[in-house]
Design a protein around this ligand. Structure first.
Ligand code: SAH
Length: 390
């Protein structure tokens, strides 16, 4: 097996558990690896660190899969890792739906698997994991006997690895419009054409957090996608709910979700730009008991971080202005480029501009099926805040 040695002055991060080895951290090598090969990584002084997959096309040259020199990376390895990840999700109380594999946090860098009852959606976001797709599908077949497995590799990040974007069936074709259960509600999930893997499981624990603040409330949800928070609001006793999303398709699904749950008289959805709608309604003096915001990332790169800050501040300012005194703002941010302290700072800036004071009700992160590794900071990405707006 080809051996790579870290340079003298680097390695602390990798030695302490981070699975990525960047191109500029590598020094000597013994042999020449091909893209996708499993290689061994050693420190400068020759002590074994781990084994992982190599890709010379990627700035992340090696992603470690094991720190055990005797562990073989083979089909059995993937079976064991996926089984362990499922046992962990079950320990945490997930039964039907979960993020089964959250990449680095499950020791399988660049692999995402979402479980939607009997169906599985896979993303292999690096070459070195992509070539194990057969083994991964095989393990899922053996452990779960699923009704279907689908690949949502229509993700631009794959191109950094020299991989094409694609999507399609990894089992016999099946109806990709499925229904899942969550917190006593039912939701349509479009595995083939929905956003990301079809459904945002990372908010599944947070959706329950609104249960006490929405009783009898008039609720506005912006960036509602398929109406998941809106439906939860109705389920927990809201008087009326209006959900907004710029995507016509998302709004159509949200409306079907309202019907599916018998809340079509409470929940209404509109396809509009939330920035414009919130601005207009503030001018018109509209008010809501609860405003919920779960906008997209606004940026994908650190270089554009200011764009994200401006976007989050703007939408939270507009959202806050629509909250009745003593009402609640539910707000989230889904990018690891905005760390928790920066997000809080942005919300504080918005409150100052809106001339409102905030009282914190709840401060959470992503659902526990998306584990956070403290030594891999990028695994923490979701911020979820409920405040009372005084
Ligand atoms: N809360 C949702 C996920 C929201 S994802 C859930 O838990 O399922 C962000 C959503 O914002 C997407 O559905 C996207 O279509 C929508 N969006 C992006 N820009 C928008 C805009 N300017 N106005 C309204 N919706 C927008």
């Amino acid at each position: 097996m080809v051996k790579y040695f870290l340079r003298k002055k680097v390695g602390g991060r990798v030695v302490n558990g981070h699975p990525w080895v960047f191109a500029n951290e590598l020094g000597d090598q013994d042999g020449e690896a091909k893209a996708g090969d499993i290689v061994e990584v050693y420190s400068y002084n020759g002590s074994f660190i781990g084994k992982g997959y190599y890709n010379h096309e990627s700035q992340i040259r090696i992603r470690l899969l094991t720190r055990d020199k005797d562990e073989q990376i083979d089909n059995a390895f993937f079976h064991k890792k996926i089984k362990e990840a499922w046992e962990y999700r079950q320990t945490l109380g997930y039964v039907e739906n979960c993020r089964l594999i959250f990449g680095e946090a499950d020791g399988l860098p660049a692999l995402i698997i979402d479980k939607f009852n009997d169906y599985f959606v896979i993303q292999t976001l690096a070459l070195g994991i992509d070539i194990w797709k057969g083994a991964i599908v095989d393990a899922l077949q053996k452990i779960f006997k699923p009704k279907g497995i689908y690949e949502r590799n229509d993700v631009p990040v794959r191109e950094l690895e020299g991989l094409e974007q694609k999507k399609g069936f990894l089992t016999e074709p099946f109806d990709t419009n499925i229904i899942i259960n969550e917190n006593g509600l039912k939701f349509h999930v479009d595995i083939e054409n929905g956003q990301k893997t079809g459904y945002f499981l990372d908010q599944q624990d947070n959706r329950r957090e609104i249960r006490n603040i929405v009783k009898g409330a008039n609720v506005l949800e912006a960036f509602c996608y398929t109406g998941t928070f809106s439906l939860h609001a109705a389920h927990y006793g809201a008087k009326s709910v209006l959900g907004l999303d710029i995507s016509e398709k998302a709004v159509a699904t949200a409306t079907s979700n309202a019907v599916l749950n018998g809340h079509e008289n409470i929940c209404k959805f509109e396809a509009v730009n939330a920035f414009d709608a919130l601005k207009t309604w503030t001018k018109e003096g509209k008010e809501y008991d609860v405003v919920m915001l779960d906008p997209p990332a606004f940026t994908k790169s650190r270089a554009n971080i200011q764009k994200a800050i401006t976007g989050y501040k703007e939408i939270n300012l507009r959202g806050m202005k629509l909250v009745k005194p003593g009402g609640f703002l539910v707000t989230a941010s889904c990018t690891n480029l905005v760390p928790p302290d920066l997000f809080i700072e942005i919300i504080q800036m918005a409150a100052k501009d809106a001339r409102r004071q905030l009282r914190q009700v709840s401060w959470q992160t992503q659902a526990a099926d998306h584990p956070i590794l403290w030594h891999v900071p990028t695994t923490e990405y979701l911020k979820f805040l409920i405040v009372q707006v005084l």
